[in-house]
Design a protein around this ligand. Structure first.
Ligand code: ATP
Ligand code: MG
Length: 334
């Protein structure tokens, strides 16, 4: 039976990359009538320092962003990870299945640890095993993510396969990454070789869902690009990552193909294209940030929504955790 699980870290302001690569697609999957479970992965967020008060606010804000983007908490299961203890427990079990060498090969670990691996938390290193736990604790079959998370979903498949092999079972289904559309890897506005991230120290590198119209226009205006005009064909974008990024963003926001965007803007310069892109982004994001603001006015209501979601998540996760423990040889009460 198809079941979707995905998550977002409440580690800062959600970005246009999170919206196009994740939130917008989460709402679409729900509307296709598939069972959808969406999680604010606060246990992942603390793999790097989070101020406790900020973490609470960011978690509520991320919940508001899900709802404002069309995730309906009565049709999808929406909750924060730490309220369902099965995630942490399954995380430990899978820490004992995953291999150090596998973790060492993760490009996100290498990117985030940089040259100072020794100074990172043990949790940051183990992050992909917790992510595998998030997915496998629900026997999820599909995981909609951006391109950057593909390797972690593949690792989840390896962990599931090793568990099934070691314990001579077929208990864990192998989840498929769903990486669809033209905005699976939205790039930084300051550096066409880096992905847009909510944790990038430069605010100018990203569009935040809560940015106002002037800020959005200014960030696109200042986005790094080459001086050439837009080409008429996609081949003309091959060696122009910054231009390609802006065309892809336009296409994803407008639900058009990048070819159609070039059909409209080919031969025009960024002096024309950037303001058009900013207007489109404002038109699409403004209703979302307005709705987020409305929801954030009642934090207690958001907390209630999350704990209701957590109760529904627990009902699915707990029996799968119990069976995992049993398979691994832990005595369970009767
Ligand atoms: P952080 O810098 O804290 O890791 P992030 O912006 O990478 O933040 P995550 O919470 O790690 O956000 O990822 C949430 C979801 O958003 C994932 O599915 C991820 O693949 C997707 N995503 C993140 N950045 C982008 C991007 N630039 N383009 C498309 N999808 C993205
Ligand atoms: Mg990330």
């Amino acid at each position: 039976k198809p079941r979707i699980f995905s998550g977002i870290q409440p580690s800062g302001n959600l970005t246009l990359g999170n919206y196009l690569g994740a939130l917008k697609r989460f709402a679409q999957k729900q509307d296709e009538g598939i069972e959808t479970i969406y999680c604010l992965v606060d246990l992942h967020a603390i793999t790097v320092w989070q101020d406790p008060e900020d973490l609470k606010r960011q978690t509520r804000e991320a919940a508001a962003a899900f709802i404002a983007s069309g995730v309906d908490p009565t049709r999808s299961v929406l909750f924060n990870q730490s309220q369902v203890s099965a995630h942490a427990e399954m995380g430990w079990l899978l820490n004992c299945v995953a291999r150090m060498g596998w973790m060492n090969r993760m490009t996100q670990w290498k990117d985030k640890a940089g040259k100072s691996a020794e100074k990172q938390s043990l949790g940051l290193f183990a992050y992909p095993a917790l992510m595998a736990a998030d997915i496998l604790t629900y026997h999820a079959t599909m995981v909609p993510v951006g391109e950057d998370q593909k390797q972690h979903v593949e690792l989840t498949r390896d962990i599931a396969a090793k568990f099934n092999h070691d314990y001579k079972t077929d208990f864990f289904p192998s989840p498929e990454p769903l990486i669809e559309g033209v905005a699976t890897r939205v790039m930084s506005l300051r550096d066409g070789s880096k992905k847009m991230s909510k944790s990038d120290p430069s605010d100018a590198s990203r569009i935040n869902l809560t940015d106002d119209a002037d800020t959005i226009a200014k960030k696109f205006r200042k986005a790094v690009t080459d001086p050439a005009e837009l080409p008429f064909e996609m081949e003309g974008l091959e060696a122009r990552p910054e231009a390609r990024n802006l065309v892809n963003i336009y296409a994803a926001l407008a639900d058009m193909s990048p070819e159609a965007v070039l059909g409209e803007f080919g031969g025009k310069g960024f002096g024309t294209f950037k303001p058009a892109l900013a207007d489109l982004a404002v038109a699409k994001l403004e209703p979302i940030s307005r709705e987020m603001g409305r929801l954030m006015a009642d934090p207690a209501e958001i907390d209630r929504t999350l704990s209701e979601g957590a109760a529904r998540a627990r009902a699915i996760a707990q029996p799968i955790l119990e069976e995992t423990l049993d398979i691994m040889g832990m005595i369970r009460g009767r």
